[in-house]
Write a protein that binds this ligand. Structure first.
Ligand code: BGC
Length: 808
């Protein structure tokens, strides 16, 4: 069952029913100012950091779900409706929500009043614009009242949700004309405030929540809206909000447009006030003026549209599969931008209060983003590397506002350092910019500790090389990519964090997955080192370590039919046929196959055949099988989940593309595409009532066969699935891979869809690629009409475009 449809021409998903299985959301903003917005206008805004600089309030885990947002109440007589259905829930005569690239449009009508609400964050301004048009579609004149409403968050989202003994005393606002300013804590150590304005005269306002809602009321029945009378309340403590009241008269067929702007301003310390206690509004006034008419708002939206058109134009494909095309051309790239911006911080599943930017998460997110805006990728790499410690290990997360490592989450995840090589390699292969390797980067942000980025890479790879266990495999530390495989934790304390508690330093638990990473990224490190002119001794050392690691996997990490997952603190195998539960895990099958370990012995083929046999379900490849039926002290969080959920046997979508990449390495297009198709959101649109999350983006998990809700997805948007699937679709299936020396093109598609035309902007040259595949096995590549041997299109610097035709 569907709840809408794709409008590919406009690059939108159109939701036609407000009661979607879960809130289906969109993201507004690209750089500093962000908004989350659901199909019923729920959500919130923040500046850079959803924890430390939250602008509007939202209640996670609330009833009804999705409470808090930008709400517009439209009142005529006794009828009140909202353009996004919530919070009043008046049945609408028509409803549609269009989520597009950085904007959302809500169209609704009731009793002949049509409303169109367009919400977006402009490209270069710290504000959200809400353009609201009301049209009288009847032949009778109408008198309407509009009430806007949103609630201020007192900046720190954690404190805001817990420290009431202070918070109920500190709320402060100013109201000047049609602008409501939120200035809590500005009097003391903050240098920022927010405002909410509209380009029209008010017939009233409210800034105190209790005055607006009335005792015991919620957002669905505000007293002010019921009485059709604002109270002009000025908040002092308690809960400051912002609500404008607008009165309007509409002749038949007449329409009027209002532009509301929610803005964020920072002032220098010495320029904070214009009079004692009165905030300096110079910057706010300038921002308000920028959007004080419908024309200005429209021009800004047009600019945003153009920006996205250009950005997405960097990679386009036209194949015989509309789902593949739609995902690659639009939604997968869009989700890559969102995950790059948010890491795992703020979604409808990530509260924005707990997790900042993950080290491994951000490194991987970059893989799907680097082709879009390489400069931002560059900056991110340097930020990430700055939280690394001198020994090569690293903090696991950092806060986007401060860019400092987050001590609460700690360190010791032994896969982390190697992801730095993955993203730097991707950056250089994309851009050819080796200068990044010479950039001075501190350790743990300590001034004076700066060493070149290359030195950081070196310490990363050496960290793994020097932290090995009894079988010569890398030590796992607190956990590897699978945060929940906690082999040194042994937690018996209810509520104790599996990731920070370490009760047993075995020095023995090893990860075959990290071994696969080391072989793959060690090779990429060597490629970088060679080109950067690093001494041969270093290259030989790592090459030797790679050989040893491969040998260790072949001797101790191969189970006969598939790769073992790990060794526990007692040197017992995890993910082996010897185990009672959890006999096979997906991660090493994907990574060791990608790394080519045991390729001459057919390990990859066998491993992937085992994946199909044991792990494949209707929605993709499950993370492990059979699921753990009880809690195992020596395994940790992985066994804490009921069977079929999360790390205990769901389809953990993030690692499915590793299998696709494995198949691609083996040249198996049928299985590569089959794996891709199973959890591709667009393919799942028809079963939205089962899948439940948005059909335009990937979710982290889809409940596995053992789960009660088999097929139900959770944790949409912020998942490494976005970047990895983009890599798998474009580099694996379409086979267009940036290498150090040019674009390599080796398609790996099934028979039915083996031809395509793609355009790929690469090192400032537009590569126009046509693949004609008769599946004959022989291959010819013409570059600008001239036959070229091999798979790599030679670099053509200076040329605007290059035409590549491949016939197979
Ligand atoms: C985390 C990742 C982790 C994955 C698997 C995600 O929630 O953000 O860092 O690799 O779970 O455990």
């Amino acid at each position: 069952m569907k709840f809408g449809y794709f409008d590919d021409v406009r690059k939108e998903y159109v939701i036609t029913e407000p009661k979607t299985p879960l809130p289906w959301i969109n993201y507004l903003g690209n750089n500093g100012f962000f908004g989350l917005i659901s199909n019923t206008c729920g959500g919130y805004n923040f500046y850079k950091d959803a924890k430390l600089r939250r602008i509007t309030r939202f209640r996670y885990n609330n009833v009804p779900t999705d409470s808090g947002g930008r709400y517009y109440y439209i009142k005529e007589g006794n009828t009140v409706f909202n353009p996004g259905f919530m919070p009043v829930k008046t049945e609408l005569d028509s409803y549609e929500c269009r989520h597009g690239m950085g904007y959302s449009v809500f169209r609704a009508s009731k009793n002949g009043t049509a409303s169109t609400l367009t919400c977006f964050v402009p490209l270069n301004d710290n504000c959200e614009v809400n353009k609201l048009t009301l049209k009288n579609e009847t032949n009778q004149a109408k008198d309407l009242t509009i009430y806007s409403a949103m609630e201020w968050c007192l900046w720190n989202a954690v404190d805001d949700a817990s420290n009431f003994q202070r918070n109920f005393n500190i709320g402060e606002v100013e109201v000047i004309g049609s602008t409501i300013y939120h200035k809590t804590e500005y009097r003391e150590r903050r240098n920022h405030y927010a405002f909410y304005t509209v380009n029209s005269e008010l017939s009233g306002f409210d800034t105190d929540r209790d005055s607006f809602l009335g005792a015991f009321n919620s957002w669905d029945t505000p007293t002010v809206v019921e009485n059709n009378e604002s109270t002009n309340s000025v908040a002092s403590g308690w809960a400051p909000i912002a609500s404008h009241r607008l009165s309007l008269h509409l002749e038949p067929c007449e329409e009027k447009t209002f532009v509301f702007v929610l803005g964020y301003i920072e002032n220098e310390q010495k320029e904070k006030f214009e009079a004692p206690g009165i905030i300096n509004k110079t910057k706010a006034n300038a921002l308000i003026e920028k959007f004080d008419s419908a024309e200005k708002a429209d021009a800004s939206l047009a600019e945003l549209n153009e920006y996205w058109e250009k950005l997405l134009g960097k990679f386009t494909v036209k194949s015989d599969d509309e789902h593949l095309d739609r995902m690659v051309n639009i939604w997968n790239q869009y989700q890559c931008m969102v995950t790059f911006n948010m890491s795992r911080s703020a979604s409808y599943f990530e509260s924005g209060m707990g997790r900042g930017m993950g080290f491994r998460d951000s490194c991987q997110d970059l893989l799907g983003f680097v082709h879009l805006i390489p400069d931002r990728a560059r900056e991110r790499i340097l930020d990430i590397a700055s939280i690394q410690f001198e020994d090569g290990s690293t903090y696991h997360q950092y806060q986007p506002l401060t860019k400092r490592g987050n001590g609460d989450i700690g360190s010791g995840f032994n896969d982390d350092p190697l992801w730095l090589i993955a993203c730097v390699s991707a950056y250089i292969r994309e851009t050819g910019d080796y200068s990044i390797l010479s950039e001075p980067v501190p350790f743990n942000n300590v001034e004076g500790s700066e060493k070149s980025l290359f030195e950081h890479l070196k310490r990363s790879v050496h960290y793994t090389a020097t932290h090995k266990g009894p079988h010569g495999l890398p030590l796992i530390g607190r956990a590897d990519w699978n945060d929940c495989l906690n082999l040194n934790c042994f937690s018996e304390e209810p509520g104790e964090s599996f990731q920070t508690a370490s009760n047993f330093e075995s020095g023995k638990a090893e990860s075959v997955f990290i071994a696969g990473m080391f072989v793959k990224y060690g090779q990429e490190y060597i490629e970088i080192a060679k080109r950067f002119g690093v001494e041969q001794e270093e290259i030989d050392y790592i090459a030797g370590e790679i050989k040893l690691t491969e040998k260790a996997v072949e001797d101790h990490g191969w189970d006969g039919e598939w790769f073992v997952r790990a060794y526990d603190a007692f040197e017992a195998k995890i993910g082996s046929k010897e185990c009672e539960e959890g006999q096979i895990f997906i991660e090493p099958q994907g990574f060791c196959t990608m790394a080519g370990i045991g390729e001459d012995k057919g390990f990859g083929e066998k491993a992937l055949a085992s994946v199909r046999k044991h792990l494949l379900n209707d929605y993709g490849v499950e993370i492990l099988h059979p699921c753990y039926s009880q809690y195992y002290l020596n395994l940790g969080e992985i066994s804490s989940y009921p069977p079929g959920y999360k790390e205990n046997g769901s389809v953990f979508c993030h690692n499915n593309p590793w299998i696709i990449m494995g198949y691609s390495r083996l040249g198996d297009g049928e299985n590569a595409f089959d794996t891709y198709r199973r959890n591709c959101p667009s393919y799942l649109e028809d079963v939205s009532e089962i899948h439940r999350t948005e059909p335009y983006v990937y979710s982290q998990t889809i409940a596995g066969r053992d789960a009660k809700n088999y097929g139900e997805a959770k944790n949409s948007w912020l998942t490494g699935t976005a970047a990895w699937t983009f890599v798998a679709a474009t580099q694996g299936l379409l086979g267009i891979t940036p290498t150090f020396d040019g674009l390599s093109i080796v398609p790996c598609l099934p028979k039915g869809i083996s031809n395509y035309h793609a355009t790929r902007m690469y090192r400032d040259v537009l590569h126009d690629i046509t693949v004609e595949n008769s599946c004959s096995g022989t291959r010819k590549m013409l570059v600008d009409g001239v036959e070229v041997a091999g798979n790599v299109v030679p670099l053509k610097s200076g040329a605007a475009s290059v035409k590549v035709v491949i016939t197979i």
